[in-house]
Design a protein around this ligand. Structure first.
Ligand code: NAP
Ligand code: FE
Length: 367
């Protein structure tokens, strides 16, 4: 058996209504709190009201300007916001975008360098502020990962920052907070989680424990996402749970080629992160079946999609075309997409031989 390490320092609190226990997880010595969220997921989900009710006299502010796929420019703003307010704790409310932004704010609250420098390998001088995550989508798993993903729309960049010190200290995963999501968002975020579990399962960093969790997550999502999209509450709870498990898995085995191929679709065509991965998934699986060193694992995944007519039909039954041309993407862009992809670290943990031509061909086969 291959040796492994497993590390999740985040206290995971899962269950319907658990948001109402938030105050019991906040250290009594904390007196100043910053809530980081987006335009209205905090209101729509009901999370913000529950948080305000439990501040128990603590001073708190709400920063509600996190955009989708948060930019490095926004993260830099976090430095002055967090320092001016003297906050001791950040509570993130929303999907992956506010959770990642909160992690970036936490880093810059205590460290002087630019986020881009830390993404480039500069060592963090100080421990970031603690972050409590309260997800309102069921997809990114950011509530249990040491990752944050940032974009620079001006230069066409999307990339991740990884550091064990940005694991949230506590995450309250209350599936009821996801009930306000529109169906399309349930599908897009659920498919993000599904691709996390699939990619981790195929990653060269996978181990026996991540494999067990990944398969459990893949099966749970495949079997429940369609009912969740129809707002079946129990199915939504199961997808919320499985997306957290997929987060635990990517915290150890990472995402691989599929996720980094999805980034240019988001950067250049504004396609939701989870949907971008879903569009490319069938072609990615076909490529991995023919070219990877983990064909047996790809066959296992294909078998899980069989009752639904295969991976392509599974995705298309959600009304998502698996053809890039349906989104106005042109052949002439694909080389640039492949060049943006090949430089990313996830290439190294993809168990297949990759270069720009190979990646451009996968895009081209998806056209
Ligand atoms: P998101 O970008 O956080 O949110 C998308 C939209 O969902 C927002 O416009 C928000 O609306 C709405 N929304 C959120 N919760 C809602 C609710 N309960 N009811 C109604 N609307 C709600 O989406 P996401 O897919 O969760 O996150 C994507 C980001 O996470 C990407 O940047 C991706 O790269 C990143 N990511 C991070 C990790 C990681 O490990 N850190 C892993 C995978 C992906 P309003 O704006 O109107 O409030
Ligand atoms: Fe993702």
């Amino acid at each position: 058996m291959k040796p492994f390490e497993f590390y999740i320092p985040t206290k995971i609190v899962f269950g319907r209504g658990k948001i109402n226990e938030l105050s019991s997880f906040i250290d009594k010595r904390i007196s100043r709190v910053l809530v980081v969220t987006d335009k209205d997921s905090g209101e729509k989900s009901g999370a913000l009201k529950a948080i305000k009710n439990q501040m128990n006299g603590r001073f708190f502010d709400v920063f509600d300007r996190v955009e989708e796929n948060p930019s490095l420019q926004l993260i830099e703003e976090g430095r002055s916001v967090t320092r001016a307010g003297g906050y001791q704790l950040i509570i993130a409310v929303g999907g992956g975008s506010p959770m990642d932004a909160a992690k970036g704010f936490a880093v810059l609250a205590t460290n002087d360098g630019l986020m881009k420098e830390y993404m480039g390998g500069r060592v963090l001088e100080n421990k970031p502020l603690p972050v409590i995550c309260i997800p309102t989508t069921s997809g990114t798993g950011s509530e249990v990962t040491p990752y944050a993903v940032f974009s620079d729309h001006e230069v066409g960049f999307k990339g991740g920052f990884a550091h064990p010190d940005i694991f949230p200290v506590v995450s309250i995963i209350d599936p009821e907070l996801t009930f306000s999501m529109p169906s399309q968002l349930i599908v897009n975020t659920g498919l993000d989680a599904l691709t996390h579990a699939i990619e981790s399962y195929l990653s060269t960093d996978a181990n026996v424990l991540t494999d067990a969790l990944a398969l459990h997550s893949i099966k749970t999502i495949i079997d429940n996402l369609s009912s969740a999209a129809k707002k079946d509450e129990e199915a939504m709870c199961l997808v919320s749970y499985a997306s957290m498990i997929a987060g635990v898995v990517i915290a150890h085995a990472g995402t691989i080629l599929l996720h980094i191929m999805g980034y240019p679709l988001t950067i250049y065509h504004n396609i939701h992160h989870g949907k971008a991965n879903a569009i490319l998934l069938p072609q990615f699986l076909e490529f991995m079946l023919a070219n990877s060193t983990v064909r047996n694992k790809v066959v296992e995944i294909d078998n899980l999609f069989k009752p639904f007519g295969g991976a392509r039909k599974y995705i298309e039954d959600f009304g998502i075309s698996t053809r890039l041309s349906s989104y106005g993407i042109k052949e002439s862009e694909l080389r640039l997409f492949a060049e943006k992809t090949i430089v990313k670290g996830d290439v190294k943990i993809t168990p297949a031989s990759l270069n720009v031509d190979v990646i451009a061909k996968i895009y081209s086969d998806t056209l």
